[in-house]
Design a protein around this ligand. Structure first.
Ligand code: PLP
Length: 434
């Protein structure tokens, strides 16, 4: 084993050489150094060398739903590691991937029957887009190659996903002329419990009808728009999209990478609307936050359409496709989730967040407070001072990562009531300081 590096030395090397998400080079912010994590706690050291245990309010970006260092998931990883951590997926197959695909088909809406295992959420969205464009190409309609989405969304950082991210937040101005030019509807208005606005429904229907000849698919995040602004909307809008897509021969892609596996109170957010998409993307919580893996599911209609085309294959095959280690942990994570009353746990956290965040609306410059499932959001009327807000949360013993005008939390489902209360207190402190 090499000698462990001193904290200062590590942070200096980090600043000099390592890109962080949406970061400059050299780095400006001082990240906390994580030494280990278990349950809902991260053990961190700050740049001054002081150690602390922080309650995790972020689930490592929606993924660590069972918390860290979970004995069942550790065992699944160890067991698979002793057999093989990876083999190629071309010409070979293995039980973890086959079981995972079958399980995903079983738990997602009925018409989804075929699974592409990718190595990250963004890639699963690329694959979804490729499926849709190729479907229409195979059907002799290559002109159907644009996408429609609503503003305020987030679908990942590679090119096709970037083209359907919110055009303002997604830095489209930087890439105008480079990104594919997509069709944007307005951001869906209202909240989760508000009835769908008929004028908005008409606006979306009209756009889909007008562009039907050039649209391959509509792609949206169902019910919760995550990294594009943490907004919730009525499930009724998903029914509007489903109907309009059917009427005008457009495919519907639901990106459930953030919402999947119970986060919003339904196992998949499409369930709130009782609809099924033609293509669905899953990721983030798929492996319980252990390893990187995502999945693109599609219906038999889409798969057969592709397979009857001039090029009758889906031409995509990442090196680490179907990674056995990730698939084994994903299987264990899904068993763990479905083996408990997960909906009750999410409800419990929802109640805790409602109670704990209720006072946020009286804080100066707070514009909105909203809770859905295990998601709590405090929106300010200005950009958050991220460093100040993060420091305030850390002083309260909690890890949060605010962005834009938002201080928010989506804790692991195993977070106890006291820790939920603590997270809420930290969100309030961060909203005051930020
Ligand atoms: C995070 C996210 C992605 C991108 O997933 P990565 O694994 O980060 O590439 C895509 N869509 C949604 C809705 C997401 O939340």
């Amino acid at each position: 084993m090499p000698e462990p590096l001193a904290v200062r030395e590590l942070l200096d090397l980090d600043r000099e050489h390592v890109w962080h998400p949406y970061g400059p080079m050299p780095g400006r912010a001082e990240p906390l150094l994580v030494e280990s994590a278990s349950g809902v706690r991260l053990r961190v050291t700050d740049p001054a060398g002081d150690r602390a245990e922080l309650v995790d309010g972020m689930s490592s970006w929606w993924s660590a739903i069972h918390g860290y260092n979970h004995p069942v998931l550790n065992e699944a990883a160890r067991g698979q590691l002793d057999r093989m951590s990876h083999v190629m997926f071309g010409g070979l197959t293995h039980e973890p991937a086959v079981r995972l695909a079958a399980r995903l088909v079983e738990i997602t809406p009925e018409p989804l029957r075929h699974v592409f295992l990718a190595d990250s959420g963004s890639v699963s969205v690329e694959v979804a887009v490729k499926m849709c464009l190729q479907y229409w190409r195979s059907r002799g309609r290559p002109g159907k190659r644009r996408l429609l989405t609503w503003r305020g969304g987030y679908h990942g950082d590679t090119w096709q996903p970037m083209s359907v991210c919110d055009p303002d937040g997604g830095m489209h101005h930087l890439w105008s002329g480079v990104l594919p030019h997509q069709v944007f509807a307005d951001t869906p208005p209202g909240g989760f419990d508000d009835p769908p606005d008929p004028r908005y429904a008409a606006h979306v229907r009209e756009l889909i009808a007008r562009h039907a000849d050039e649209l391959a698919a509509v792609i949206v995040e169902p019910v919760v728009q995550g990294a594009g602004g943490m907004r919730f909307h009525s499930p009724g809008y998903l029914r509007v999209l489903r109907e309009a897509c059917d009427e005008h021969d457009v495919l519907l892609v639901l990106d459930e990478i953030a919402t999947g596996f119970g986060r919003t109170g339904a196992l998949f957010a499409a369930g709130h609307a009782g609809i099924a998409p033609d293509v669905m993307c899953l990721g983030k919580a798929l492996t319980g936050g252990y390893l990187t893996m995502a999945a693109t599911l599609c219906t038999t209609r889409v798969a057969e359409g592709i397979s009857r085309g001039e090029v009758p294959v889906l031409a995509h095959g990442p090196t680490f496709m179907g990674n056995p280690l990730a698939a084994a942990v994903a299987n264990a994570s899904i068993d763990l989730l479905l083996g408990q009353d997960w909906a009750l746990e999410v409800k419990r956290i929802e109640s805790g967040l409602r109670e704990g965040l209720a006072d946020a609306s009286s804080i100066a410059r707070v514009r909105d407070v909203r809770v859905l499932g295990a998601i709590g959001v405090v929106q300010l009327d200005h950009e958050v001072d991220i460093a100040a807000a993060t420091r305030a949360a850390v002083r309260s013993g909690v890890w949060l990562r605010p962005f834009r005008d938002l201080v928010y939390t989506m804790p692991p489902y195993v977070t106890g009531d006291e820790d939920v209360a603590r997270i809420c207190a930290a969100v309030l402190a961060a909203a005051r300081q930020g």
